[in-house]
Write a protein that binds this ligand. Structure first.
Ligand SMILES: Cc1cc2nc3c(=O)[nH]c(=O)nc-3n(C[C@H](O)[C@H](O)[C@H](O)COP(=O)(O)OP(=O)(O)OC[C@H]3O[C@@H](n4cnc5c(N)ncnc54)[C@H](O)[C@@H]3O)c2cc1C
Ligand code: SF4
Length: 481
């Protein structure tokens, strides 16, 4: 026990058992995420001290003019608050719901720094924009004139959608190609519906359709066209394909049944909520009800898995992470919510092997000591000899992160340069890749990141594409003279 404390981990057996039923947990959760009333939004907006040093704005990736829209909300001028909010963000009610505000705007609020608790900026942003939708203030941005040039966008995640809206508003004919049946990328099939309702994403997609954007569903670049095909068709192309190659576990027994990748598990749950037929959910292989669930990993995807499993009615949900709480890549707020809902965290522990007969029945894990820091400044995990223990598991979910697919191969474009991690190389300022007229945005350029960063990249790429197409048009005109 003394040794455990010294090493900084808490064994699950030391935790108080959560006696709430699954329905009680769901109710508590709904309250955490309940939408603001007018009064609460005004109260929160009024708490902004208009300090004059908007660290919140600086730390918001799209540089939202937060102090202004908080002031307008406090004064009851909601339509103007909406105008200010949508001027910098294409998906503001989505960011209001799912940005890790504790790491971004709210974490840098001066009131938070003075220990009085941040203004709940994300909730006010959500309130302003949900109200705008209800009041009919949100309108498609139909251009006043057509430019007579088209842009092809590969991927309908937040990066692709933000770029599509900006380019269409400038007057481009915009075609978005996506290999999925629904548009929205990870906002539809990755992020669970209890954090981000799917109709909130779909109404944004419909807004783009109403603005004149053409979506090509079930269209996989690499299978249905090459990059060269799209380059011939469009004045410029944007690659916004995200990162989808799941990192795997390399341990004895890793191929047993019921050891599943996180995105497969989350997609099944999202499809089920969307009303699709999901045989792997119906037959129980991707459904946690009545099961002992072990999730391996410590990022936001792991948090989404544990919280989905709780909602599905799992018997127990444990999260195994090799580092300690403060070194977890996931949002601390998500961890706190997961704990409140009854998830048990086993810090500084890693799977050594999986046991079972056909299907997994347990995870043999080892304790980890965090040693000296490596070149990146992170302490190196070291296995503590003789520390093995076994956790009961009916389903194991692997949430170890994602890498990019091999795009030069997939797109049949060897000239497309990628970094040593496989992300597409794009100029930091222009977002142009190594292929002329082909741009990159979102996770495929920066690696697995956030929705708000993808939006920022999509907006920046749209500006650069516009500059590129204009410059090309001028060059053609001059050559023709
Ligand atoms: C489980 C999970 C939970 C997350 N939770 C949060 C959160 O709470 N908050 C947050 O800010 N971020 C979260 N993220 C991260 C966030 O979802 C991503 O950073 C963001 O969606 C990246 O946007 P993107 O547009 O670059 O790519 P994506 O959203 O991944 O979209 C890429 C699109 O490209 C399409 N595509 C890929 N290849 C092809 C091809 N060859 N041809 C045609 N189409 C193709 C895909 O079908 C997809 O629709 C989460 C991620 C995961 C996995
Ligand atoms: S977009 Fe995200 S970081 Fe920016 S103000 Fe909204 S919630 Fe905060």
């Amino acid at each position: 026990m003394a040794k455990q404390k010294m090493l900084g981990f808490v064994h699950t057996a030391q935790r108080m058992p959560d006696k709430r039923t699954a329905e009680e947990r769901r109710k508590d959760f709904r309250e955490i995420y309940a939408r603001f009333t007018d009064q609460r939004a005004t109260e929160q907006a009024n708490r902004c001290s208009q300090c004059g040093v908007p660290f919140c704005q600086v730390h918001c990736p799209v540089q939202n003019n937060i102090p202004d829209w908080l002031k307008l909300t406090a004064e009851g001028r909601l339509e103007e608050a909406y105008e200010a909010s949508q001027a910098t963000n294409n998906l503001p009610e989505i960011c209001g719901r799912i940005c890790p505000q504790d790491r971004l705007c709210e974490g840098n609020c001066v009131i938070e720094q003075s220990t009085h608790g941040a203004v709940t900026i994300g909730s006010v942003e959500r309130y302003i924009n949900d109200t705008a939708w209800e009041q009919g203030w949100v309108k498609p941005r139909v251009p006043s004139r057509e430019l007579g040039a088209s842009v092809g966008i590969i991927g309908a995640g937040p990066a692709g959608l933000a770029a599509a809206e900006e380019l269409r508003a400038k007057g481009y004919e915009v075609h978005v190609y996506d290999r999925y049946d629904r548009m929205g990328g990870l906002m539809v099939y990755g992020i669970p519906g209890f954090k981000l309702e799917k109709d909130v994403v779909q109404r944004r997609v419909q807004l783009l359709v109403d603005a004149g954007v053409t979506f090509h569903a079930n269209f996989e670049v690499g299978r249905d066209a090459t990059l060269a095909d799209l380059r011939r068709k469009h004045a410029a192309v944007l690659i916004a394909t995200g990162v989808y190659k799941a990192r795997d576990l390399d341990a004895p027994g890793a191929s047993l049944g019921n050891i599943v990748p996180a995105l497969e598990y989350l997609t099944a749950s999202n499809r089920k909520d969307l009303g699709d037929a999901v045989p792997a959910f119906e037959d129980g292989s991707l459904n946690a009800v009545g099961k002992n669930v072990v999730v391996v990993g410590g990022g936001d995807t792991a948090m989404d898995c544990v919280r989905t499993a709780i909602r599905q009615g799992a018997t127990s949900v444990k999260c195994l992470y090799r580092r300690d709480r403060k070194n977890m890549p996931g949002s601390q707020r998500e961890v706190a919510h997961a704990e409140e809902e009854g998830v048990e965290f086993i810090w500084q522990a890693a799977p050594e092997a999986f046991v079972g007969d056909g299907n997994v029945s347990g995870v043999r894990a080892v304790r980890i000591h965090l040693g000296v820091a490596d070149a990146t400044g992170r302490q190196t995990p070291q296995v503590i000899e003789g520390s093995e223990f076994t956790i009961e598991a009916d389903i194991v979910i692997k949430a170890l992160g994602f890498d990019p697919e091999n795009l030069p191969d997939l797109f049949d474009e060897p000239g497309l340069k990628v970094t040593r991690w496989g992300t597409v190389t794009a100029d930091a300022r222009t977002k142009m890749t190594s292929v002329d007229g082909v741009f990159g945005a979102g996770d495929i350029v920066r690696g697995a990141s956030l929705v708000v960063w993808a939006i920022r990249d999509g907006r920046d790429a749209a500006e650069s594409i516009h500059a590129y197409v204009k410059a090309k048009a001028v060059a053609y005109a001059e050559a023709a003279e």
